[in-house]
Design a protein around this ligand. Structure first.
Ligand code: PHB
Length: 396
């Protein structure tokens, strides 16, 4: 049986936050799109990711009519705590750069976007299989997939977008001779938990200690998110609730904090990786979000970068569609990469400043404390951190 043919302007592989936000922004300027994802809507909703939105990300959700739930259900954070050397030091974002962040989990961003696309009649297909992209260097690239009911489809489009995450199929379609890949691996991971307990502190605590890094984050008044640095080969089954609490309390206790404990309802190990593929376009294919770049989670830049990508991409795709010409896609890549590399540096810097290397010597630990003291003890150092964490206000 030959596949059912379709025609659209932009075909999007990946219906996570990047793909859905792009499809929403394109609909706003009258450009139609089809978005597909291998996962079910439920599966994406149940994947826990980071929870911090930059001001620009909040504005994008609210100003484009996705949802104002971020203001109602999120928590505004005007700063973070950097804990090290037996004490804690606040970085005052509001005072230093006049900006704030919003605690609002990625799963909620996804739910808001999926609801907005459904409300506006967007064409989004979850649980597809056998995705193929082809004819990228032609005037009508093609997306093929089998839908959840088993029917095969062929979508001809003017442009194709790979917003298909860190294991992207689309980025592998760029011929090796035409792409550069930049990698960095780290010898540690995060053990992430969800806890039914009240908040232990009003803002996030990034805690350095000789036993390793810990991050105390939050979700709601009754549900908290916490992480501690671990070996990437860690098996969550080896960690009882008691053992987890002992480790977390020891790490933050070294800096004067005591955590409010409760039942642990979820535990996962999150890998660490820095990755960029350049350029972000090939023929009529463009990459967005994790498909083009991955950051380690320290500093929560992943989702923010994906949203920043698609905001620029929607503008350049509008030009490309109007002109029937892929040239604006190169401009998208240049604009997006400027921010991507700043965020790569920031995520790498936060990671290496706060985590303990497996072979760390007493010198390494004292040097990190010196670095943290230099950052927290100077307006220049704190301002750099505040500016990067809240998302480079100069670019707004
Ligand atoms: C989270 O709440 O999941 C979170 C917050 C800040 C980070 C990373 C993760 O830097």
């Amino acid at each position: 049986m030959s596949p059912t043919p379709h025609r659209t302007q932009v075909a999007i592989v990946g219906a996570g936050p990047a793909g859905l936000m792009l499809s929403h922004l394109l609909a706003g300027v009258g450009i139609d799109s089809v978005a597909v994802d291998l996962r079910s809507r439920r599966e994406i909703e149940e994947t826990h990711r980071a929870g911090i939105l930059e001001q620009d990300s909040v504005d994008l959700l609210v100003d484009t009519g996705v949802s104002d739930r971020v203001h109602r259900d999120g928590y505004r954070h005007d700063g973070i705590e950097l804990a090290f050397g037996g004490g804690s030091h606040r970085i005052d974002f509001e005072g230093l750069v006049g900006a704030a962040t919003q605690l609002y989990p990625q799963t909620d961003v996804f739910i808001d976007l999926a609801d907005a696309r459904a409300r506006d009649g967007g064409d989004v297909r979850f649980e597809v299989t056998d995705v193929e992209v082809d004819d990228l260097v032609s005037t009508t690239p093609v997306l093929r997939f089998t839908d959840a009911a088993g029917e095969r489809h062929e979508v001809r489009a003017d442009f194709l977008v790979g917003a298909d995450g860190s294991r992207s199929l689309c980025r592998r379609q760029v011929p090796e001779a035409e792409r550069r890949q930049y990698f960095r691996e780290y010898p540690f991971a995060w053990f992430g938990i969800l806890v039914e307990a009240p908040m232990s502190a009003p803002e996030l605590i990034y805690s350095h200690s000789p036993r390793g890094f810990a991050l105390i984050s939050q979700r709601t008044e009754t549900l908290q998110r916490m992480y501690f640095q671990c070996d990437p080969a860690t098996d969550v089954a080896d960690w009882s609730d008691d053992r987890i609490w002992e480790e977390l309390q020891a790490r933050v206790g070294a800096n004067g904090y005591t955590l409010k404990e409760g039942p642990i309802t979820s535990r996962t190990v999150l890998p660490f990786r820095s990755f960029v593929q350049e350029p972000m376009h090939h023929g009529r294919l463009v990459l967005a979000g994790d498909a083009a770049h991955t950051v380690p989670p320290t500093g929560a830049k992943g989702l923010n970068l994906a949203l920043a990508d698609v905001r620029v991409l929607a503008e350049e795709l509008e030009r490309a569609v109007a002109a029937g010409d892929p040239a604006p896609l190169a401009r998208y890549g240049e604009r997006a990469l400027a921010r991507v590399w700043k965020a790569q540096h920031f995520s790498y810097w936060m990671t290496t400043m706060l985590h303990t290397l497996p072979e760390a010597s007493p010198f390494d630990l004292r040097r990190q404390e010196g670095e943290l003291a230099a950052v927290t003890g100077s307006t220049a150092g704190s301002t750099y951190l505040a500016e990067a964490y809240t998302g480079w206000p100069g670019q707004r």
